[in-house]
Design a protein around this ligand. Structure first.
Ligand SMILES: C[S@@+](CC[C@H](N)C(=O)[O-])C[C@H]1O[C@@H](n2cnc3c(N)ncnc32)[C@H](O)[C@@H]1O
Length: 262
């Protein structure tokens, strides 16, 4: 890949997501795009970069964003947060709204919904998921997963909230429609204000800040802060630190921060 093409791809990614690949990881960019270049029958990445710039190639830009971002996730990942959510739902009353910021393919949002559905009537909670990569948002909306993804869901929850696929869906399971209806997804860049979604009691912001530098991390949290009600909680990934983020956030548990009065 020519230096110029690499710089263009890195600039494209940063403009849409804020992510900056460190120099030692830049070969990943090439590895992640080469299969697509071949699939499109293009001679090299320089030609692919030219395609990305074309106004009529919005779908290709969406595809590239999906390919260049890391979407690793699973149901009930970092289970301590779901135990915390269960306790929180038990100890509080009334409607609850949860945001899964950087929701990837939806496992985090649906896991939260399963926990809430066990403590509230379906009409009394809502989970909202956002991610910058359009392809994973589409997959999240579908709520269809390979059976292997069920390994971290308890047998009881699988029985209550999941349906095993048959026919063409053999080998897959889906989230049951009554639960899926409580969970919505939208494409959004966490670097920019998220408008028109209301406020939340709990925001999951896990395993995404690692892709940003310190000023960007603070910016993302500052941008999300108007969406977190006073007294609401922000959950970070277990390897992510709350240090240097918004001053109204007080640690109250492992990777759990509470928003205090301003
Ligand atoms: C490793 S996954 C984390 C998924 C989930 N939160 C979890 O902890 O399992 C990171 C996700 O962050 C998303 N992402 C990266 N930059 C983003 C941005 N600026 N705005 C929104 N989502 C972003 C990626 O597309 C990816 O799906």
């Amino acid at each position: 890949m020519g230096d110029r093409a690499l710089r263009t791809v890195l600039g494209f990614l940063e403009a849409h997501t804020g992510i900056r690949y460190p120099p030692n990881k830049q070969s990943l960019v090439v590895a992640r795009l080469v299969p697509r270049v071949r699939q499109r029958g293009l001679p090299d990445l320089d030609a692919y970069v030219a395609v990305l710039a074309r106004p009529d190639e919005a779908e290709e830009r969406a595809f590239a964003l999906d390919a260049l971002t890391t979407h690793e996730t699973r149901f009930f990942r970092e289970p301590g947060h779901y135990e915390w959510l269960d306790r929180y739902a038990r100890e509080t009353q009334g409607p609850l709204r949860v945001l899964s910021a950087a929701s990837s393919t939806g496992e985090e949002a649906y896991s939260a919904a399963m926990v809430l559905a066990e403590r509230r009537p379906l009409a009394e909670f809502e989970v909202f998921g956002v991610d910058v990569a359009p392809g994973v948002v589409e997959r999240a909306k579908r709520g269809l997963y390979p059976l292997a993804a069920a390994s971290t869901i308890s047998a009881d929850r699988l029985r209550r909230w999941c349906l095993r696929g048959t026919g063409v869906y053999q080998g897959y399971f889906s989230v049951a429609p009554p639960l899926r209806q409580r969970v919505r997804f939208r494409v959004a860049n966490l670097m920019e204000p998220l408008r028109g979604v209301g406020t939340f009691d709990v925001i999951f912001l896990r395993n995404v800040l690692i892709y940003f530098d310190a000023p960007q991390r603070a910016h993302v949290v500052e941008t999300l802060m108007p969406l977190l009600r006073t007294g609401g909680h922000l959950l970070l990934g277990h390897s992510e630190s709350g240090r240097g983020l918004d001053r109204s956030l007080r640690p109250v548990g492992p990777s759990v921060l509470r928003r205090e009065d301003p």
